[in-house]
Design a protein around this ligand. Sequence first.
Ligand SMILES: Cc1ncc(COP(=O)(O)O)c(C=O)c1O
Length: 368
Amino acid sequence: MSPARAVANYQSIQRAFPNAHVCYTVKSNAHPSILAALATLENAWFEVASAGEVLALAACGVRGERILYSNPVKQASHIKIAVDHGVTCFSFDSEAEIEKLAVHADRAEIEVYCRMTVPHAGALWPLTHKFGVEPRRAVDLLKLARGRGLKPVGLAFHVGSQCVRPETWGDALRTIAPAWHEAQDAGLDLDLLDLGGGFSAPYTGPVPPPSAIAAVVNPLLADMAPGAKRIMLEPVRGVSATAGDMILEVVGVAERPDGQTWLYLDGGYFSGLYEIPDGIRPAARPITRDTRPARMQTYRLAGPTCDSIDKLFEMRSPVEMKVGDRLLLKMCGSYVYGVGSPFNGFEVPAVLNADTLGMDLDELTGIC
Ligand SMILES: Cc1ncc(COP(=O)(O)O)c(C=O)c1O
């Protein structure tokens, strides 16, 4: 990993949205080195989904007022720990959530923003069905929250993860605008708009830079969400994807009856690469120990466990791969660390920090 890369990515999003609070979404990579590096930035914000993430940030000196709790559904015990640590800004999208948050209304001013469902064209992983409400329901919920002693402050949405279509943020703003206006007409003083994540990583080719999303969003804000002074972003892949690569070793090679050649690696689905079956494709580069005649080969990549889900993808390799050779997977910085498990007795990957070794990530993977 290279925390310095995460910091550089974070800063480039901040430059594209100079007036927004860029909240690093902790779940994407909560390695202490990444959190600590981002925590040193002046005015860095974070987004959490659990008490465990609040505590991980507290260990890096991040105070509650820099934390957005954007998981619309929370465990009551986690809310208590978050409020104990000074977190006061929570997302919600149901009545049940209002009740859990209202328990704390007498010991802190609890601000709430309602997660809305929005279009997700161009997103690899739409999040729309699991969370979010329609405009009318959003206004009703905000009013209900006010009646329970909470402070309704705004709206939130997420266009879906790895969204490569900047116009989708415009569609989302047009979708939430009626709720924003209706809430204002109802006397609710909304000032927070959370534009969520969706910033994409260049796994297999160029993707729109943060500035392309800003070019869509910024001209619409005043009309779609007048008075929105606190603009929040919750990027993941856009910050951490390029901050981590993975080196895997070939532990087995076998040709199967259908003619396909399989390469078994010392890490796979259960090492944190769970997104691969759903379409995330980190670029793969063979690292061989000796020079061999170039001959294009096609390999099915699989992890080391005895589980049939532990398959990765098909890789074209310019060299023949043998047991002991290595494979470099680029852009494994998001949604890999922290996901891996010791299933079937295989250890989760060890982490090397390129920054503390005084190297760029490419230099470090080059000598591995
Ligand atoms: C509330 C919230 N914010 C931010 C993110 C990060 O999204 P992305 O991976 O698209 O950057 C997610 C992803 O699930 C999320 O649920």
